[in-house]
Write a new protein. Structure first.
Length: 138
């Protein structure tokens, strides 16, 4: 698929806007995510921490959950924005969540300072677990 710089910019900007809503009083590591569906819709999420650590939600997983709650389950790309000095890939749990719906998804990460990195999910999660082989790699 040929990259469209306008689509890339809109995905990046949506992730940066989502970053503004992040709730991270414990880690102070705010994350925004924007997920592009195959139909071109943008769904955003941000991390939401909780004083009970296991109840925190990552931005990427929240974006996927929001999309699924709207009946959208086919994704092409996700953008991640952080305030870190280097682009940050999704955590292992988020990689597995993404694999459930989009094992071939492109992942782009951006910083406020303009640094960026891009990976495929297969690069970040080469041996993904899947109970249903049609939904991912085993």
């Amino acid at each position: 698929m040929k990259r469209d710089s306008r689509q890339d910019a809109s995905l990046r900007e949506a992730a940066l806007r989502a970053l503004e809503n992040a709730y991270a009083p414990y880690s102070n590591f705010r994350v925004g995510a924007a997920l592009r569906t195959r139909s071109g819709e943008l769904i955003t999420g941000c991390n939401v921490e909780n004083s009970v650590n296991g109840l925190a939600m990552c931005a990427e997983t929240l974006a996927v959950a929001s999309a699924v709650s709207q009946g959208l389950t086919e994704f092409d790309e996700i953008a991640i924005a952080t305030e870190d000095s280097e682009p940050t890939p999704p955590c292992g749990a988020c990689r597995q969540v993404l694999n459930e719906f989009a094992p071939n998804i492109k992942i782009s990460s951006y910083t406020r300072e303009g640094k960026e990195a891009t990976w495929t999910l297969q690069e970040l999660l080469p041996y993904a677990f899947a109970l249903n082989p049609s939904r991912g790699r085993v």
